[in-house]
Design a protein around this ligand. Structure first.
Ligand SMILES: Cc1ncc(COP(=O)(O)O)c(C=O)c1O
Length: 497
C-alpha cells in the first residue's frame, strides 16, 4: 500500500471539525458500544503535536515514514480511533483492514477477562510439534466452521505474507509430487536441491497479475506488482505476470467492453502458461485476489474468475485465491469468491487480517505428504483463535454479513451521488459490501483528499495510484456511512474551490 509519508503531507485543509454530538446512531452500535463517540472530533491537525513528538522519538530507532499518527487504543471505541492528541476519527482503514469488530468490542474484552482463556497467551506452542490437546477441536469448531464450501483442510500461519509464502510452497510441492507420479524423490533431486539447482530445486513458476499485492516476503513480493517499494532492490523470481483486466465502472453499465477486456486478460494467461511449458519452466500455480486491493481496488466479473479457474484446471495449474484482505465478511459474504459461483473450490484460499490469524484452506491434492515441508516454529498462534471464536460467534449472532451488505449498498449509492455532482474530480465508485473505493484524477489529488478527510476526522487509505480505499470494520453502519459521505463531499468541495 502506498503510505502517505509525512514528507508528502499537503497543506492542511484544516477547519476544526466537530460533528458531535449527533443524536442518531444505529441501534446495533448503541446496544454494543455505549461509549462509541457520536461523530468525529478534531482538536489538532493530524498528526498533532503529541503524535509528532512520539514520531521523533520512534524515528531515532526505526524508519517511521509510513506512520500517519500514534493511536490511543484504550480510548478507541467501536468505529472510532482516538489518536495521541485526542482527535477522534471515524476509522475506515481499520489497521490495514484487519480489525473485524471495531475497537474494544465488548465481546472480545469479555473473552480476555476469562482466566480459562489465558493459557495460550502465556504458553505459545509450536503447533506443528506439540499442539494443545484441544487444537483439533478448535480448528474444527472455529476455522473449519467458516471454511469455503468444499474445503476441509486447514493450515494456520502467523501472518499474511507467511501464509502466501507457504501457499506458494504447497503448490510447488503438489506439482512436483504429481510430476513424480507419487514416487519418492531421487538421490539426485535430494542432493541438487541442497545447492539450489535443478532437478531438486525445480524450475517451476507461479503466474500472477499486474497490480497484485500478496505480501512482503521474497516469494510473496515476487507475485506482487502493485508498488515498487515492495520490490525494489530485491531478487524477484522470474515468473510470468499477466495483465489484470482493466474494467470500466459501474460494471453493469459496461458489460460488453469489460467482457472483451477480461477475454484479453484470460488469453494472455493461457498464452503465458503455454509458453512457460514450452520453455521448460511450467506454471505450478496461479495467485489472484478476488478484488485487487493495494493495486487500486480492481474488480473483475464472476465470469472472469470462472474462466480463470477453468484455464488453470485444464493446464494442471493450482489456483490460490488470496482472501487475506477480502475474507471474513467485508464484501457481505464471508469469502469474496463466494460472489463468483465457482463450480468447484479454489485449490488454496489464503486468509489473514480480520481473521486475526494467518493461514490457508486447501484441497486434499495440496496436502504435503512429509513432515517439515510446510513448517515453522509456531505455524500460527492459538491465542488468536481464542479471539477469533468470539469474532465468528459475533458475526453469526449479530448477522453482521447482512449489516455489511445493506451498509455497502448505502455507501456505494452515496459515493455514486457525490460522483455525479463532481464528475471531473471523483469517479469509478465501486465496491462489494463495504469494501468500496473511488478514483480521483491523480495521485496528488487523491492524497490531498486522504489528508483532508483525516483532518476532518475520517481515516481512510490509498490504493493504487489514484484510488481511495475504504475498509471499515464489520460493525460500520449507515449512520457511519452518512457521516463519511458528508465529510467526503465537504473535503472534495474545498479541494475543488
Ligand atoms: C491481498 C493480500 N495478501 C497478502 C497480504 C500480506 O499480509 P500481511 O501484511 O499480513 O503479511 C496483504 C496485506 O496487505 C494483502 O492485502
Amino acid at each position: 500500500m502506498t503510505a502517505i509519508s509525512r514528507k508528502t503531507i499537503y497543506p492542511l485543509l484544516s477547519k476544526r471539525v466537530n460533528l458531535a454530538p449527533r443524536t442518531a446512531t444505529c441501534s446495533y452500535v448503541r446496544r454494543k458500544f455505549s461509549g462509541e463517540p457520536t461523530g468525529p472530533r478534531v482538536v489538532s491537525q493530524i498528526p498533532g503535536p503529541e503524535s509528532l513528538n512520539l514520531l521523533n522519538q520512534l524515528d531515532k530507532i526505526q524508519n517511521t515514514d509510513a506512520v500517519a499518527f500514534f493511536a490511543d487504543y484504550d480510548k478507541s471505541c467501536g468505529n472510532y480511533i482516538v489518536d495521541a492528541d485526542g482527535n477522534i476519527m471515524l476509522d475506515m482503514l481499520t489497521q490495514m483492514a484487519s480489525i473485524p469488530l471495531g475497537y474494544n468490542h465488548p465481546r472480545l474484552m469479555e473473552t480476555m477477562r476469562k482466566p480459562e482463556n489465558w493459557t495460550p497467551f502465556v504458553n505459545r506452542p509450536s503447533l506443528g510439534v506439540s499442539p494443545p490437546s484441544d487444537w483439533t477441536q478448535l480448528l474444527k469448531k472455529d476455522l473449519l466452521s467458516v471454511a469455503p464450501s468444499g474445503m476441509r483442510q486447514v493450515q494456520t500461519m502467523s501472518c499474511g505474507s507467511c501464509t502466501i509464502e507457504n501457499g506458494l510452497k504447497a503448490m510447488f510441492i503438489a506439482h512436483e509430487r504429481r510430476r513424480r507420479s507419487g514416487a519418492p524423490p531421487t538421490p539426485e533431486e535430494m542432493s541438487s536441491c541442497m545447492c539450489n539447482i535443478p532437478p531438486g530445486s525445480a524450475d517451476i513458476t507461479i503466474l500472477s497479475f499486474s497490480g497484485a499485492s500478496h505480501g512482503w516476503t521474497l516469494g510473496a513480493q515476487s507475485v506482487s506488482h502493485a508498488n515498487w517499494t515492495q520490490k525494489l532492490d530485491l531478487k524477484s523470481m522470474r515468473w510470468p505476470v499477466a495483465t489484470f483486466p482493466s474494467l470500466r465502472y459501474p460494471l453493469e453499465d459496461h458489460e460488453k467492453e469489460n467482457r472483451q477486456e477480461e477475454q484479453r486478460s484470460l488469453s494472455e494467461v493461457a498464452d503465458k502458461i503455454e509458453r512457460q511449458m514450452k520453455d521448460g519452466r511450467p506454471v505450478a500455480g496461479c495467485c489472484v485476489e478476488p478484488v485487487q486491493s493495494a493495486g487500486g481496488d480492481n474488480h473483475a466479473s464472476p465470469w472472469f474468475f470462472q474462466e480463470l479457474q477453468k484455464i488453470c484446471k485444464q493446464n494442471g495449474v493450482a489456483l490460490l485465491m488470496d482472501e487475506i484482505q477480502t475474507g471474513c465478511g467485508s464484501t457481505g459474504k464471508f469469502w469474496a469468491h463466494e460472489h463468483f459461483s465457482l463450480p468447484e473450490p479454489p485449490d488454496i484460499v489464503a486468509f489473514g487480517k480480520k481473521m486475526l490469524t494467518g493461514g490457508f484452506y486447501y484441497r486434499e491434492n495440496m496436502r504435503p505428504q512429509e513432515a517439515f515441508r510446510i513448517f515453522n516454529t509456531w505455524v500460527g498462534d492459538p491465542s488468536k483463535m481464542v479471539l477469533l471464536r468470539a469474532v465468528l460467534n459475533t458475526i453469526r449472532e449479530e448477522r453482521l454479513l447482512n449489516l455489511v451488505s445493506s451498509t455497502g449498498v448505502h455507501l456505494l449509492k452515496g459515493l455514486r451521488e457525490i460522483e455525479l455532482k463532481y464528475p471531473a474530480f471523483i469517479r469509478n465508485a465501486r465496491g462489494l459490501g463495504t469494501l468500496c473505493s473511488v478514483d480521483f484524477p491523480n495521485n496528488s489529488e487523491r492524497d490531498k483528499v486522504i489528508q483532508g478527510l483525516r483532518n476532518r476526522g475520517v481515516n481512510t487509505g490509498p490504493s493504487g495510484d489514484r484510488s481511495l480505499r475504504l475498509r471499515p470494520s464489520l460493525i460500520f453502519t449507515k449512520v457511519h456511512s452518512d457521516i463519511f459521505l458528508e465529510v467526503l463531499e465537504s473535503t472534495v468541495k474545498d479541494i475543488m474551490a
